[in-house]
Write a protein that binds this ligand. Sequence first.
Ligand SMILES: [Zn+2]
Length: 95
Amino acid sequence: MSLSAEIKQWQAKLAQLMDEGDQLLARAEALERQNAVLQDRLAERKDEGGLAPLKRLYDEGFHICPAHFAEGRDEDCLFCLSFLHNEGSVPHKGE
Ligand SMILES: [Zn+2]
């Protein structure tokens, strides 16, 4: 292969890598934005009190469902999730 052909090949490769870099950057920026939104929501929840501590407990790998409360969990638990979901959408009595 001639040197110029080799250089062209490298340039093509480099352009491809830069494309991929751009895509990764866009993805990272999207994730950062999403993360910021989630952080905001979590902060709002914290101000409201309510489920934030339970949500955090769940995120840290513990059950918050009545049946297995505070037991370690390896995977998502449907009971925990529905508990979070239902409690989250139903206003607490007396608050
Ligand atoms: Zn559970």
